[in-house]
Write a protein that binds this ligand. Structure first.
Ligand code: ADE
Length: 230
């Protein structure tokens, strides 16, 4: 899979995309992540990527030409399955979308900034708009990093223990059960005895019961979805 991220602030993406699982997945050739500075595609002398909005409102708008040139350049090299725009008014992101995106070959993620992009970009170039939640960030870079992180970790082989991405919270609309590690007793705080029992059937039944109980208590909306699917 290949992910191309278009931004006016490439530095903001450097660290999140080059640590831990994302770093290893790229080194292993499971995913190629390329960050492009939209400013490199600006056409005017001062390499402007933004301009004043028509209509005289406050704030700046990302210009159409540099984004068009950058996306066209990428599209001339390969086909893209989606051109995603990160924006607080997009569809709300979730695990199902992450799983789906991880099955695609090539995607572009365009990071919004300022007051957003010239609307013609959204009308003519963008195929999908994604919000990571009902709050406003200063730019779409952190949203792009979150989308990329969640997509890459579900690519088969990205996580050492193949099964562990499948047992994540949300994968079956249930919150994950509690996990513990050594020591079994710290300060008198004890790990549930069943986890030390070595009886895998009992452990699995306990984990399922805990997942259901936590979901019912913390996210009853998810539990309803989980039950509808069964
Ligand atoms: N840009 C600004 N806020 C955002 C959000 N909540 N999701 C995605 N992109 C954004």
């Amino acid at each position: 899979m290949r992910i191309d991220i278009l931004t006016v602030l490439p530095e903001l993406l450097e660290s999140p995309l080059n640590q831990s699982i994302l770093k290893r997945a790229q080194a292993a050739g499971l995913v190629e992540i390329k960050v492009h500075n939209i400013r490199d595609y600006a056409t005017d002398k001062h390499r402007h990527v933004d301009d004043y909005p028509f209509g005289g409102e406050a704030g700046m708008v990302m210009k159409v030409e540099p984004i068009f040139r950058c996306i066209n350049d990428l599209k001339s090299q390969r086909d893209y399955d989606e051109v995603i725009y990160t924006s607080p008014d997009g569809e709300t992101y979730n695990q199902k979308i992450a799983n789906h995106l991880s099955t695609l070959n090539n995607i572009i993620i365009l990071c919004g900034h300022y007051k957003g992009v010239d609307y013609r970009v959204r009308e003519h170039l963008v195929t999908r708009e994604i919000s990571i939640g009902d709050y406003v960030l200063t730019g779409g870079e952190l949203a792009a990093a979150i989308i990329t992180d969640s997509v890459v970790r579900v690519i088969p082989g990205a996580i050492g223990d193949e099964s562990s991405a499948l047992t994540d919270t949300f994968q079956d609309d249930l919150l994950a059960p509690p996990v513990y590690t050594r020591p079994a007793n710290f300060n008198g705080w004890e790990v549930p005895a069943v986890l030390l029992s070595g009886n895998f059937a009992e452990i699995s039944a306990w984990q399922e019961q805990q997942a259901l109980e936590r979901t019912e208590r913390l996210r009853p909306d998810l539990l309803r979805r989980h039950e509808e699917k069964r």
